[in-house]
Design a protein around this ligand. Structure first.
Ligand SMILES: [Zn+2]
Length: 268
């Protein structure tokens, strides 16, 4: 049995790290599958990532339909992003949904997100852009929120099917038009790394495109080749714990955040 207190401590600190690095603002969320049930997941209740601090701030929901377990009251309307992804992909254990401003321009422009440096190889061959308009029913409010299982399933489907592993996704990251992005991984530490570097890569790509335009459009933005993406993605997976250890210390020493469950394990 996995130590749930340690897992939730990790979840709390992930929220703090992603807030500290402007990947999450007052909105956005991180979830993790409950490995002891495999049928439920944990995610913060309706409060900002920076102020999440203890067990009572975290809800537990059924993966099957996003419904709360007894004792969980309230919560994010968008938890169906998480329930539907965790339901569709049994090997995915952690999900981040972010409104990061560095990424948002790519959700409304006809410019693909491409991995432009080695820490973003996990972005893979393509980063799809989910347009919720395509899935609305006539009576749905057009508020861009993924706030029911049907919309969550449509978003989850955008992650595709892995060529070599049919139960796995083809993509780690999907944009949401006019809203943000979602990234998925096997652990909270890894998904924190992916969310951080998705935003970081977007900043680098934007700067490269701006410099290119400032030079009169000359020169190419040379993105990672397909082979480089694969090899860098493998590297990203084993190196994720290195930045994680620093980020944990950063948020603890910043004095900005409280984690009542203590320092998360640093070497799992
Ligand atoms: Zn959102």
């Amino acid at each position: 049995m996995v130590n749930i207190t340690a897992l939730l401590s990790t979840l709390i600190t992930s929220n703090h790290i992603l807030h500290y690095h402007n990947v999450l603002d007052a909105m956005g969320h991180v979830s993790v599958r409950n490995p002891n049930t495999n049928t439920t997941f944990f995610i913060a209740l309706q409060l900002g990532p920076a102020v999440l601090s203890g067990r009572e701030d975290i809800g537990e929901y059924n993966i099957a339909d996003g419904s709360p377990l007894t004792g969980t009251v309230g919560g994010y309307a968008e938890r169906y992003i998480h329930s539907e992804i965790l339901k569709r992909y049994p090997d995915v254990n952690a999900v981040v949904h972010s409104h990061a401003e560095d990424v948002l321009p790519y959700t409304v422009l006809n410019v693909d997100v491409e991995p432009v440096y080695h820490m973003a190889g996990f972005l893979g061959g393509t980063v799809p852009n989910f347009d919720i308009e395509d899935t609305y029913f006539e009576d749905d409010p057009r508020d861009l929120l993924v706030n029911n299982p049907r919309l969550g399933a449509a978003l989850a489907q955008t992650f595709g099917v892995n060529e070599t592993q049919p139960t796995g996704p083809a993509h780690t990251t999907v944009l949401q038009r006019g809203h943000g992005f979602v990234t998925i991984a096997q652990t909270v530490e890894e998904v924190t790394d992916f969310a951080y570097y998705a935003a970081s890569n977007a900043r680098v790509q934007t700067n490269a495109l701006l410099l290119k335009a400032a030079m009169g459009g000359g020169g190419n933005v040379k993105c990672l080749t397909q082979q480089e993406r694969k090899d860098a993605a493998n590297m990203n997976r084993w190196i994720a714990f290195k930045p994680w250890r620093q980020w944990v210390k950063e948020v603890e020493r910043s004095g900005m955040y409280i984690n009542e469950l203590g320092t998360p394990p640093l070497d799992s």
